[in-house]
Design a protein around this ligand. Sequence first.
Ligand code: TRP
Ligand code: SF4
Length: 400
Amino acid sequence: MYAERVLSGMRPTGRLHLGHYHGVLKNWVKLQEEYPCLFFVADWHALTTNYDSPQIIEESVWDMLIDWLAAGVDPAQATLFIQSRVPEHAELHLLLSMMCPLGWLERVPTYKDQQEKLANKDLSTYGFLGYPLLQSADILIYRADKVPVGEDQVPHVEVTREVARRFNHLYGREPGFEDKAREAVKKLGSKRARLYLELRTRYQQDGEADALEQGHALLDEAQNLSLGDRERLYGYLEGSSKMILVEPEALLTHAARMPGLDGQKMSKSYGNTIALREDRDVVVKKIRTMQTDPARVRRTDPGDPEKCPVWQFHQIYTDEATRDWVQTGCRSAGIGCLECKQPVIDQVLKEQEAMHERAQPYVDDPSLVRNIIADGCERARKLAQETMRDVREAMGLSYS
Ligand code: TRP
Ligand code: SF4
């Protein structure tokens, strides 16, 4: 079976909240059951915007990892690691920087957007311009097929695809490619070879994406191929150069928009969050003091759930019967707002309890997390080193 590889990263810039849980982590937990997954702490990326205050990064790394584990990310299923502990990312970033046109980076929408949004910081730095290219290196070094990201990150995956294509075009060309590729086809054995060529025609002539996928599957199953032949056959399937780096695809996380306590998107910068592992009392207090429909001044005033952030929480946390009860009770002033909030409080506490429980062993013994990361880094490094061998060779850097 052809197992596509999934990779994603998160910057350590503070404690995680329920927005991260519902928007990102729940999705990771699901993906880890379906694909081989790599999830990593993007500490270098955090430095691009926090180079003047690195303490927050240092403080956040381990807490963030415990938050991942609390959410159900499972180190037995997914590989967890820290970017800076796999220095090969930096080497690939450097090598890609040689051939990445400046304009590609200047045109990425987050470049200007973030500079404007974070106007209090000087982000006209070399590192910040290179942010999407470092991200490309993160992805390409594992030959990841799928990259789960939010909408704002899709342009970064797009650049990654372009960089991979350009790299393969520049360095995947070798003298006599066609002949070598045809020789390699023969090594598949006659039955497989025939199928391979048929799929190649169907893809190149008729543009059948399906055929390309089947072709990849066929190559993944084929044994006894040298690394070089494998790359040739991947490349020959699609065009006329070796495929050294794989073009990834963005897996758009369908925006489970988690509202904050004030009804805006939950975000640290709005100060409207509930932490992923919050104290029980704080959860209760935060929800009890949450804004409601401003028109409901007195208990006897009827309200409109559509104008109330509590209603948005009901949509995430409570069942249909409860929601019917809210709709009727609110509009008729039959229930009070505190009463209305109680089922939400109960459900959030229940969710948090499970997270506290999963986190407890790691809080009690931090060496458990250190060991998980040591393991993950080692596994990640092996994969990264394989790619770097091919990259160095392709770029003429493997002198002996
Ligand atoms: N830029 C991503 C974010 O801010 C984090 C990230 C870094 C990432 N490298 C990555 C995400 C590689 C996916 C793949 O969310
Ligand atoms: Fe909001 Fe519920 Fe109060 Fe209506 S009853 S205003 S939905 S908290």
